[in-house]
Design a protein around this ligand. Structure first.
Ligand SMILES: Cc1cc2nc3c(=O)[nH]c(=O)nc-3n(C[C@H](O)[C@H](O)[C@H](O)COP(=O)(O)OP(=O)(O)OC[C@H]3O[C@@H](n4cnc5c(N)ncnc54)[C@H](O)[C@@H]3O)c2cc1C
Length: 391
């Protein structure tokens, strides 16, 4: 099998890259190890930066997003018994975010790919990337019980943090920068209308809590828990009681409760692999970098990477020049590190770390106070939350 661009992974990065290339007339094959239902149902991100929504629209994938997505003009911070609304458009010159779940982005992109009749192989597991240093890289993969080889001009690893593509970069040329956190998120999906119409980020003595939503009828809620937590230790009533305590709703009003339909624990990690390119292999999205979900940046970073890469591949096709491909890693890493910094700051500021002493705790509260009382500090948060420009 042969193609111009071999894409490993059908998460948001791989699916969007395939769409952008298709629109530009460049053929690609997408290999995805899991089945279609898994790709379309895995609960993860829910906040699209304005730039991400614009990219999906321009790619022809924004129809349902614009009908069903919820535009949000603010977020609320709760800390030390206070409530502060960050007015996103007022602080950024008009920018906002869109609540539209990653599952829905993936469904829209899968449907477009299949409608285009372009190759997207589910249950096709990439085993290794070979020959990245030469001009005929390939992907060895297993599909329908048989091993095959996909020969390409370029290979893109969009296969997430646990994928195989990153392993093809020789250790001597790789640098990894990493932080793990001594806590995790217990995330639940509940069939109940959100108790607040904007996202609420709460720092509480008992730990962080986040109230968010997937639609007017479905709430997405998170609690900070110890890193090794078993979700089974959290029956539904315990989750609702703890959310009530940490979100400290005005007047002691309890959250609206409803059936919890999903429950999972997500570890928190910051990770960057440099460089994001080796020869004709490119890494994009979670394959190259991870952020803790507090800043809602992971999916948005993945989109920025593949926009930069698609532009560089089109430039090469049109001019024969590798100039933009050569700049890919450095261009993306500038934005990646801004998102890493923001996600780290949001995470440390809003969580209670078992390792932090009283001094550090007070610094985090002072940061929140500064955001609530100083316009430029609020604007800095709002600018980062609504998105860093794609380079
Ligand atoms: C609880 C939670 C909340 C989050 N909230 C947000 C948010 O609000 N906003 C935000 O921007 N981000 C958020 N994120 C992060 C976001 O979900 C990820 O950054 C995003 O999924 C990255 O997309 P990706 O395509 O790079 O990787 P992935 O979505 O991980 O996709 C990789 C794909 O590659 C496939 N694959 C892996 N190995 C192979 C192989 N060997 N062969 C073939 N296929 C393979 C996988 O099956 C998968 O489908 C959140 C994450 C979590 C866990």
């Amino acid at each position: 099998m042969r193609t111009t661009v071999g894409i490993i992974g059908a998460g948001p990065a791989g699916l969007l890259l395939a769409r952008l290339l298709h629109n530009a007339g460049i053929d690609s094959v997408v290999l995805e190890s899991r089945d279609r239902a898994y790709v379309e149902q895995r609960q993860r991100a829910g906040i699209l930066e304005q730039g991400t929504a614009d990219v999906l629209r321009a790619a022809g994938a924004g129809g349902r997003m614009d009908r069903e997505g919820l535009r949000h003009d603010g977020i609320e911070l709760r800390f030390a018994g206070r409530r502060h609304r960050v007015d996103l458009p007022a602080l950024t010159g008009g920018k906002s975010v869109l609540v539209y779940a990653q599952t829905e982005v993936c469904k829209d992109l899968v449907a477009l790919r299949l409608k285009d009749g372009a190759p997207l192989l589910f249950e096709a597991e990439a085993l290794a990337v070979e020959g990245a240093e030469g001009d005929r890289p390939s992907v060895r993969f297993r599909h329908e019980g048989r091993e095959s080889v996909l020969e390409c001009d370029h290979v893109v690893g969009c296969d997430g943090f646990w994928g195989v593509a990153r392993r093809a970069v020789p250790a001597a040329l790789s640098q990894a920068f990493e932080r793990t956190y001594p806590f995790a998120w217990l995330g639940v999906l509940a069939d109940v209308a959100p108790s607040h119409d904007e996202l609420v980020y709460a720092r509480h003595e008992r730990g962080f809590a986040l109230l968010s939503m997937r639609s007017p009828a479905v709430s997405r809620l998170y609690l900070q828990v110890p890193a090794d937590t078993d979700p089974a230790a959290w029956p539904d009533e315990r989750i609702w009681d703890e959310l009530d305590r940490r979100l400290e709703t005005p007047g002691g009003r309890r959250l609206e409760r409803g059936p919890i339909t999903q429950k999972s624990v997500t570890p928190m990690r910051s990770y960057v692999h440099e460089p994001m390119r080796h020869g004709r292999l490119f890494l994009a999205g979670d394959a190259a970098h991870i952020v803790p979900p507090t800043g809602a940046k992971g999916l948005n970073l993945a989109v920025g990477d593949v926009v930069t890469l698609a532009r560089a591949l089109v430039h090469r096709r049109d001019t024969g020049s590798d100039e933009l491909l050569d700049a890919y890693s450095a261009t993306c890493l500038r934005r990646v590190w801004q998102a890493e910094r923001f996600s780290y700051d949001m995470t440390t500021m809003l969580h209670r770390s078992p390792e932090a002493d009283g001094f550090e705790e007070r610094l985090h509260l002072a940061r929140l106070d500064r955001i609530a009382t100083c316009r430029s500090a609020g604007a800095d948060l709002a600018e980062a939350y609504t998105g860093f420009p794609v380079g």
